[in-house]
Write a protein of this length. Structure first.
Length: 179
């Protein structure tokens, strides 16, 4: 467990404690609010079902029905926030792992050499010849797996591809530096 962050005066930061406490309680509070909301809806239904006069049913509808729906909604939002935070953390870890793997693959001894690379205006390494497939909407590096052994692709420069409104291939990323 990491030590508590210290304030300027050397005392532990109480805001960090409250953040940790809120993060720990949030999922359980969501389930509790949903259960309370369900109980309020049941109590409201039972109260309305016993009353014949509509004017006497309104308090049950307001206190049991509306407050119950609000409690269920708030509990659901708390659970949704927790789920989104958990997914965001997973995505951050996956993105970091992919980035590390990409860096490892770039420095392999059998990685493609940069001999066919020119430097563009913004300093990004771009191959001097790019490939465009007939009817395609993107341009590729000559060694891109999408192009493969297709002999029907034609060579273009980066300026020509951009002028024609073509997009960079997301797989081979021909306009990224160091790739």
């Amino acid at each position: 467990m990491a030590p508590a962050p210290l304030r300027n005066d050397g005392q532990p930061d109480s805001a960090a404690l409250w953040r940790w406490l809120w993060q720990s309680i949030r999922p359980y509070l969501g389930y509790i609010l949903i259960a309370i909301g369900a109980l309020l809806l049941i109590a409201g239904y039972l109260g309305v079902s016993r009353e014949v006069i509509v004017a006497r049913q309104i308090p049950y509808l307001v206190s049991g029905g509306l407050v119950g729906v609000a409690a269920i909604t708030l509990g659901g939002r708390l659970l949704l926030i927790e789920d989104l935070r958990r997914d965001s953390g997973r995505l951050d870890r996956l993105e970091k792992a992919v980035q590390e793997l990409h860096q490892v693959l770039l420095y392999r001894p059998d990685a493609p050499s940069g001999s066919t690379v020119q430097t563009s205006v913004n300093g990004a390494g771009v191959p001097s010849k790019l490939t465009v497939l007939p009817g395609g909407e993107s341009f590729h590096r000559p060694d891109c797996p999408v192009v493969g052994d297709k002999a029907s692709g034609r060579s273009v420069t980066l300026e020509t591809a951009q002028r024609k409104g073509l997009h960079a291939c997301p797989l081979c990323q021909p306009t990224h530096a160091g790739v």
